[in-house]
Unconditional design. Structure first.
Length: 375
């Protein structure tokens, strides 16, 4: 189950039970349960897992909400046994939750519908139409793969007799180019970074001057930094989306070498010394306990900084877009170089996302030349 044991040292000092299992996010009426030992807390989790997956005699009357909690236990058990990967487990949980949020009518959600009552027609005419909003056909097809897996589990549990997702095809807009992004101005980036705490300002500057994705930055180790005359960052791995599992970067081209600016090289050298010369295997930007930083902290720090600076909000990923804008300023239409530095899957990806910036510049230059010629 998606439950963790959390230790509260302050409670232990007071002689109170200090090991907590929080069920508020899993069960209706859930609460924080405290135990005297980690073993006792784990026994409670094991007992709760058994209770959730048992009592299947009435499974024919389960709603999708009922099924979802048992499905989460099922896939997490599969992950623990090594039958599926951590990323696959996370995807199945995420995609099944997307299905829960779909509506079959204005007053009826999938979550409150009995599993046996959903039809193939519902899948094609209602579910897919909602899933396609803001997604490509490929993404919807991936979600439907998880949904088919979920329905097979429902059949095994005795909730229904058939899989209504079989043969249902995803819809999207495959011909739609990658979303064009707005330019991120240097003044905006500088103002937000200046409003950050010193350590986070360094992390943000690093992101803006290397273009590393958040997942790549989170698992960067000191062995990945080359402090030579021409210093570089060796990008070889990334934290998988939706988990703390470390694997390969997002694309094959994601394995790359990114040059460091002189000021960034100096800043990292100073950080290395201030951190006590960490081993090559240690993270450059670790979390509190030496593990990769969580994704939520990036959003939180950036939100606090933009409020303090009094400027418009940007996403952490926009620092990568800012990096791309500076590359375009320097390399122009040299898409091969920009694609390799960004770690995009293909040149077409880079040109689809950022090509309009170059077109805008060429148009503005032509207009300026024409006006000058007219006078």
């Amino acid at each position: 189950m998606n439950l963790e044991i959390k230790h509260y040292p302050s409670r232990a000092k007071q002689g109170r039970a200090a090991f907590c299992v929080d069920t508020r996010g899993l069960l209706n009426g859930g609460k924080r349960n405290f135990y005297d030992s980690k073993i006792a807390a784990q026994k409670y989790i094991d007992k709760l897992s058994t209770e959730l997956v048992s009592d299947s005699a009435n499974s024919w009357d389960w709603t999708f909400e009922d099924l979802y909690h048992r499905f989460v236990v099922h896939v997490e058990n599969q992950e623990a046994k090594g039958d599926i990967s951590t990323s696959s487990c996370a995807e199945k949980k995420r995609d099944s939750k997307l299905l829960l949020g779909c509506m079959l009518s204005p007053n009826r959600s999938v979550a409150n519908t009995k599993v046996r009552d959903l039809t193939a027609g519902d899948m094609r005419l209602k579910i897919v139409e909602q899933l396609r909003v803001g997604r490509t056909k490929k993404t919807v097809d991936n979600i439907l793969g998880s949904v088919r897996y979920w329905f097979n589990y429902a059949i095994d549990e005795g909730c229904r007799n058939s899989n209504p997702a079989l043969g249902v095809k995803g819809k999207g807009d495959n011909d739609k180019p990658a979303k064009e992004v707005a330019r991120i101005q240097t003044e905006l980036v500088d103002a937000i970074i200046e409003a950050m705490p010193q350590h986070w300002a360094l992390i943000a500057r690093f992101a803006a001057k290397t273009g590393l994705r958040q997942g790549e930055l989170r698992c960067l180790t000191w062995g990945d930094i080359e402090f030579a005359e021409r210093s570089r960052v060796h990008v070889t791995k990334a934290v998988k989306h939706g988990s703390n599992e470390i694997g390969k970067p997002k694309t094959k081209r994601g394995v790359r070498k990114v040059p460091l600016t002189p000021d960034m090289k100096l800043a990292l050298q100073e950080l290395h010394l201030a951190s006590g010369r960490p081993a090559k295997t240690e993270l450059v930007f670790p979390g509190r306990y030496g593990d990769p930083l969580g994704t939520n902290i990036f959003t939180k720090v950036l939100g606090q900084a933009h409020k303090k600076a009094g400027v418009e909000r940007i996403r952490w990923h926009d620092l990568r877009h800012y990096y791309a804008s500076r590359l375009l300023q320097k390399f122009g239409a040299d898409w091969w170089t920009i694609t390799n530095l960004m770690g995009h899957a293909s040149i077409s990806t880079t040109s689809d996302v950022y090509g309009h910036w170059l077109e805008d510049k060429e148009r503005d230059d032509k207009i300026a030349d024409d006006v000058a010629e007219a006078f």
